[in-house]
Design a protein around this ligand. Structure first.
Ligand code: NAD
Length: 485
């Protein structure tokens, strides 16, 4: 692959400092080429371009902005197969997943907010016979968007689309670990003649580019998705600058299975919610809580299912488990499993690097799907996000205990509940600390509904109107009745 440059003012440019990072292919460990190691100077150039483009982009109106976003969606859709291949190479995820989930969802994000761009969000309120209030929603300005590596183009477009739809211009930073499809998105925007300066993409490390975006005095809003510790650091820097912040952070989500559930359905979905994308989805149900009467059945089915998952070259259509994103991340996961053993956990399957891999993948960062039982709920294994193909299974006796265990972490992103009882489902949904509770399903997403977490899983909500509100400022104009004509 070519060098991955920044996209500033519609042009592909080298980083000012001339520095580059190596971009590695997770499935092989081989170099894919270089990515710009930008810093505050590049962020400044990107901001200037965005600032210059801002007034025209706002003035062109929602209908026109929507047309541009649909054209970008068309371009991504036309390039779907190639983007899916690139995502798989860059991230290590199975190409079947990037072809059916990641890239189609990027298209859907762009189209959803393209349509939302056109809607009138102003509101009018009469105050008795005294006054009329009109609430306008204006774009915030130049916004900073920072995204992670697990769903690269999917989450990058999830931020870019509403920001642009609302009339902002953008300085966006993809993860330095997965910069390829974001670069391609910038190229596609340029190829279709997207107005220069509206979408600027700056590559590099979080400590350099990310912090420069967060610190920049001309960027009044930051939308961030990533780890909780990074979110805390960003919040501490942004707060004294009074920036708007949306933080989508980590999770340690409970997947609660009751004895009255349709167990076949629960287990088929639980296999996905445990190991999809090698467990590297913030919504994965990494803590499986099972009613004691069906505990052994569930564990057996999970272990059997995990053993059947085909681990292999992400570019092979048959592969179900690809590589982890980096050697560091693979090592971190391995050390979490060692720690679980020290906590008294029993590793029922996985817990090691696979011994047989295709020749091309011998140097890649693979890890077997792993099921652990017997770890305490207050131990590190059940408290800290592992973000890999590792789940714990813990028995419970009754509803009360299930709720207590489900809420027994600092996180609160999502939960799944498996039961045939509508009343129980509703009681549990009420009692669980989470932004989303799925009943008898997982990862069903309607782009209109709010998405986000409570406790250490985040601040604010994305999706639908919530995103359009985040990327706009309300301004109330109150006119005394009968004073103007
Ligand atoms: P990360 O926090 O390491 O990095 C995320 C992004 O922030 C990257 O682009 C990185 O370069 C940048 N960054 C790092 N340090 C920064 C700093 N000091 N200032 C500004 N930017 C900085 O996270 P990651 O490892 O890329 O992603 C995995 C994490 O993301 C997991 O915790 C996962 O749960 C979370 N995640 C959350 C959601 C959600 O919607 N809640 C979705 C996906 C991933």
């Amino acid at each position: 692959m070519n060098d991955l440059r920044n996209m500033i003012n519609g042009e592909s440019v080298d980083p000012v400092n001339g520095r580059w990072l190596d971009n590695l292919e997770p499935a092989t460990g081989a170099s894919l080429g270089r990515v710009a190691a930008s810093d505050a100077d590049d962020v400044e150039l990107a901001w200037r371009a965005a600032e210059n483009a801002r007034a025209d982009w706002d003035a062109c109106g929602g209908t026109q902005r929507g047309r541009w976003l649909h054209r970008l969606a068309d371009a991504v859709e036309a390039d779907l197969e190639e983007l899916a291949r690139l995502e798989s190479i860059d991230n290590g995820k199975p190409v079947s997943l990037s072809r059916t989930v990641d890239i189609p969802r990027a298209v859907a994000n762009l189209r959803f907010f393209a349509d939302a761009a056109d809607e009138d969000r102003s509101r009018r309120y009469r105050t008795g016979s005294e006054a009329t209030n009109v609430v306008h929603r204006d774009p915030v300005g130049v916004v900073g968007l920072i995204s992670p590596w697990n769903l690269p183009l999917y989450l990058f477009t999830w931020k870019i689309a509403p920001a642009l739809a609302a009339g902002n211009t953008v300085v966006a930073k993809p993860s330095e670990l997965t910069p390829v499809t974001a670069t391609r998105l910038g190229e596609l925007a340029s190829e279709i003649g997207f107005p220069p300066g509206v979408l600027n993409i700056v590559h590099g490390l979080g400590s350099e580019v990310g912090e420069a975006i967060v610190d920049h005095p001309g960027i009044p809003a930051i939308s961030f998705t990533g780890g909780t510790a990074t979110g805390a650091r960003i919040a501490s820097r942004a707060a004294p600058r009074f920036k708007k912040l949306s933080l989508e952070l980590g999770g340690k989500n409970p997947n609660i299975i009751f004895e009255d559930a349709d167990l076949d359905r629960a287990m088929a979905t639980s296999l996905r919610s445990s190991f999809a994308n090698q467990g590297q989805i913030c919504l994965c149900g990494s803590r499986i809580l099972v009613q004691r009467s069906v505990h052994d059945r569930v564990v057996d089915a999970l272990v059997e299912g995990a053993g059947r998952l085909r681990i292999g070259d992400p570019l092979d259509d048959e592969t179900q488990q690809g590589a982890l994103v980096s050697a560091d991340h693979r090592d971190k996961i391995a050390s979490c499993v060692d720690r679980a053993r020290e906590e008294g956990g029993e590793v029922l399957c996985g817990g090691r690097i696979p011994s047989s891999l295709p020749d091309r993948c011998r140097g890649g960062y693979f890890y077997e799907p792993t099921v652990i039982t017997g770890v305490p709920m207050d131990g590190a294994t059940n408290q800290e996000e592992i973000f890999g193909p590792v789940v714990t299974v813990t028995p419970f006796d009754d509803e009360e205990e299930a709720i207590r265990l489900a809420n027994a972490t600092d996180y609160g992103l999502s939960a799944s509940v498996w039961t045939a009882s509508e009343e129980r489902a509703s009681r549990i949904a009420d009692a669980i600390d989470a932004g989303t509770v799925w009943i008898n399903c997982w990862l069903l997403r309607d782009l209109r509904v709010p998405f986000g977490g409570v406790k250490h899983s985040g601040v604010g909500r994305e999706g639908g109107e919530e995103a359009m509100h985040f990327f706009t400022e309300a301004k109330t104009v109150c006119t005394a009745e009968g004073t103007t004509s």
